[in-house]
Design a protein around this ligand. Structure first.
Ligand code: E4P
Length: 218
């Protein structure tokens, strides 16, 4: 399955119309980069209205009390749709566990290895997010981590779903799915690269030209 990694409302509309994504992930960096100093509530309500499935909204506070308050505020915007993105840490685990106790969906984020994913799943995270591109920046491969995590979550009957994010190339999407990711969250530019192929374009052009120039056969 694919989620859309974007906060741009028009991209959300366009790409959901293709029927290929079933959730949205945002983060403070994406929102700041794509939309600047917008009003977060307006932006997230707009994304919810233009999409289906979970919409991940990330916490930006850092103490357990402030994070819980912030999470409950976001959750109230669309209780069935908002998934609270919780940066992974000791405090993050506490917040994930508390939100799970209230049946509020969470996406444990910014994770780089198996131990983090496993602990987040044990704490009750709905989704556990591994950052493919940032892992490769550090010089190791995300593939084996995805395979190992998937095997152990399956063996223990964990309901947590692995999301692979920080996608930089089409090959990252393919590799994540082949290694066992439940979901890959993909930026719009990479989804467009998954569509485009010069041989497909030239084949369609060839077919349509032939149709336009067809002649009467007796
Ligand atoms: C995933 O949920 C994150 O929003 C995102 O993929 C982070 O990726 P980056 O490494 O491009 O910041």
């Amino acid at each position: 399955m694919l989620f859309l990694d974007s906060s741009v409302p028009d991209e959300v509309t366009t790409i959901f119309d293709w029927g290929v994504v079933c959730g949205v992930t945002t983060n403070p960096l994406i929102i700041a980069r794509e939309l600047g100093a917008i009003d977060l509530e307006t932006c997230i309500r707009e994304i919810v209205a233009r999409s289906t499935g979970p919409v991940s909204v990330e916490l930006t506070t850092e103490t357990p009390e402030a994070m819980l308050d912030e999470a409950l505020g976001y959750h109230a915007w669309a209780p069935d749709r908002i998934c609270i993105k919780v940066p992974f840490s000791e405090v993050g685990l506490q917040v994930i566990h508390k939100l799970a106790g209230r049946e509020i969906a969470t996406n444990a984020t910014c994770m780089m290895n198996f131990s983090q994913l496993y602990l987040a799943a044990l704490a009750g995270a709905t989704y556990v997010s591994l950052f493919s591109g940032r892992i490769r920046d550090m010089g190791y491969e995300p593939g084996p981590i995805i395979t190992e995590t998937r095997a152990i979550l399956d063996r223990e009957g964990s309901p947590a779903k692995i999301i692979v994010g920080s996608i930089r190339h089409v090959a990252d999407v393919v590799a994540a799915l082949q290694h066992g990711a439940h979901i890959v969250t993909v930026p719009p530019a990479i989804i467009r690269k998954m569509i485009w192929n010069p041989r497909t374009e030239s084949t369609i052009r060839e077919f349509n030209e032939a149709w336009k120039n067809r002649s009467q056969k007796e």
